[in-house]
Design a protein around this ligand. Structure first.
Ligand code: ATP
Length: 269
């Protein structure tokens, strides 16, 4: 079947409130949100609005979430695709999908286009293991053509996520393309506390639950892992027939998620 390779201009209701921590990144993306909302304010003095920004950080730290929240805050449609979806395509298909994506984005502008795992298509020449080089280059070239083809006043902001900025083709990072980098880091203990707060909201929890302790017990965890822990804890408590989730359920959930992470790492090694 012809899988749909991108999310088409969906309206999102995620806002910055759903994104915990990442305070510095939020300040930077708020500026981009303001470009989308009030373009004239910026172009009136002859300035050019940036077309793209690179969100750089490890997996599960909220890059996709932040990009969606930007669309939610600016109240513009959200288009997305993932570089890794392009890996197994037949020759020519990648480039034509990119063309389609930007065609639709232009029709719906102002909007946000999000490209996850851009390194899968945007690696510098000769450094790609997964996709045939010709096809990857076609796809990448089409992306560059599209980005050069619209002006900063088009109302399209292209965000791309990667955890490997070092492997990207330098053509992508030139002015007028992804010339801004926003770094999204693994949360510190305070950040983890805030992420727990967000993901504990829907959970019926006992009064003994100590969020600070949970944050201290989870060094190195990304937001995605914390979301996973909260969900697991609720399921563990429910399985035991409890009416609320308590600290012991969270401890079990943390052990389970740590176990899962260790397994994943073993497979990679
Ligand atoms: P990947 O590089 O693997 O695509 P990502 O950085 O795009 O990861 P997201 O997909 O945004 O990560 O995060 C996955 C989920 O983890 C989010 O939908 C959210 O539930 C949770 N999450 C991650 N970071 C945060 C955060 N800072 N605040 C709240 N929730 C978070």
């Amino acid at each position: 079947s012809k899988a749909q390779l991108f999310e088409k201009g969906t309206r999102v209701n995620i806002t910055f409130n759903d994104v915990a921590g990442l305070d510095e990144a939020k300040v930077e993306v708020m500026e981009i949100v303001d470009f989308l909302k009030n373009p004239k304010k910026y172009t009136s003095l002859g300035g050019k609005i940036p077309k793209g920004a690179l969100l750089v950080g490890p997996p599960g730290t909220g890059k996709t979430l932040l990009a969606k929240a930007m669309a939610g805050e600016a109240q513009v449609p959200f288009f997305s695709m993932s570089g890794s979806d392009f890996v197994e395509l037949f020759v020519g298909v990648g480039a034509s999908r990119v063309r389609d994506l930007f065609k639709q984005a232009r029709e719906k502008a102002p909007c946000i286009v999000f490209i996850d795992e851009i390194d899968a298509i945007g690696r510098a020449r000769g450094k790609n293991m997964v996709m045939s080089n010709d096809e990857r280059e076609n796809t990448l070239n089409q992306m560059l053509v599209e980005m050069d083809g619209f002006g900063g006043d088009s109302g399209i902001i292209v965000l791309a996520a990667t955890n490997r900025p070092d492997v990207l083709d330098s053509a992508l990072l030139r002015p007028g393309r992804f010339d801004r980098q926003i770094s999204i880091d693994i949360p510190d203990v305070k950040g983890r506390e805030k992420i727990f707060e967000v993901h504990l909201k829907p959970i019926k929890r006992s009064k003994d639950l100590n969020i600070r302790k949970l944050a201290i017990q989870t060094p190195g965890f990304a937001g995605a892992d914390i979301a996973n822990i909260c969900n697991e804890a609720a399921l563990i408590a429910a399985r035991k027939g409890k009416s609320e989730v308590d600290m012991s359920d969270f401890n079990d959930a943390i052990d389970r998620v740590i176990g899962g992470l260790e397994k994943k790492n073993k497979i990679i090694l």
